[in-house]
Design a protein around this ligand. Structure first.
Ligand code: ATP
Ligand code: MG
Length: 205
């Protein structure tokens, strides 16, 4: 009796899988546009920057060329920064670093740092030699109005056709979302930090 049940379950499962496979195969056959993709990783949960660096690893695996710009102040070292600088000199890496204060008292200093950093990003978005460009935490520059949104959107839209770009950071605005091909929102269900667990090397930074 239970053998019969198992057999029936297995047959049903097989049929469902075959149906799903034919649906997926049809979708794969339909996707015939071959170009770089623009990806926005946003939301309040953990996993945006680490996902972007996962794609850096993927691209490097195929010998692709990669550029990374981090729109953050450089006080907190991160594993990715150390590894890129020390072990991956082939990756073009620029970090906003000092000069950025998140300080409304020194808005003009912040804007200067943001613009200096954006100049590096704009150069990468204009460079056909790069297959993948990561603009980590770029959304905050738009949220604070430190960078001109139209300038940023136009540089993203006009990058070389084969180049992919990954933008991370909370928010980002409707126009940016509309421009990007893939938009994923990482939702904060819970985070260890809120249970008093310290940010951890190799996991959080
Ligand atoms: P990660 O770099 O780990 O992928 P992220 O890029 O999604 O995180 P950010 O907002 O850039 O998130 O914040 C980076 C740091 O803040 C990481 O150390 C991360 O663990 C921590 N963090 C991210 N989301 C939360 C959250 N909801 N609550 C507390 N800390 C968070
Ligand atoms: Mg991040």
């Amino acid at each position: 009796m239970s053998d019969m049940n198992e057999e029936r379950k297995a047959a049903r499962h097989k049929a469902a899988m075959e149906k799903q496979k034919s649906r997926v195969d049809a979708r794969i056959a339909e996707a015939d546009t071959d170009r770089g993709v623009a990806i926005l990783l946003t939301g309040n949960g953990k996993g945006k920057s680490s996902s972007a660096f996962g794609m850096v690893l993927r691209a490097l695996g195929y010998g692709q060329t990669v550029g990374v710009v981090q729109f953050i102040k450089g006080e907190q070292l991160s594993g990715e920064e150390i590894y890129l600088k020390e072990q991956l000199p082939q990756v073009r890496f620029y970090q906003m670093g000092t000069g950025f204060t998140w300080d409304t008292q020194d808005r003009s200093g912040d804007i200067a740092a943001a613009e200096r950093t954006w100049a590096q990003a704009a150069e990468m978005l204009n460079d056909p030699a790069l297959d993948l460009v990561v603009l980590d935490e770029l959304t905050y520059m738009l949220a604070f109005d430190y960078l001109d949104e139209a300038t940023v959107l136009s540089a993203l839209a006009n990058r070389p056709a084969h180049q992919s770009v990954v933008v991370t950071g909370r928010g980002g605005g409707a126009e940016l979302q509309a421009l990007m091909d893939t938009v994923s929102e990482v939702k904060d269900i819970k985070h260890a930090f809120n249970a008093g667990i310290k940010a951890r090397r190799g996991v959080d930074y």
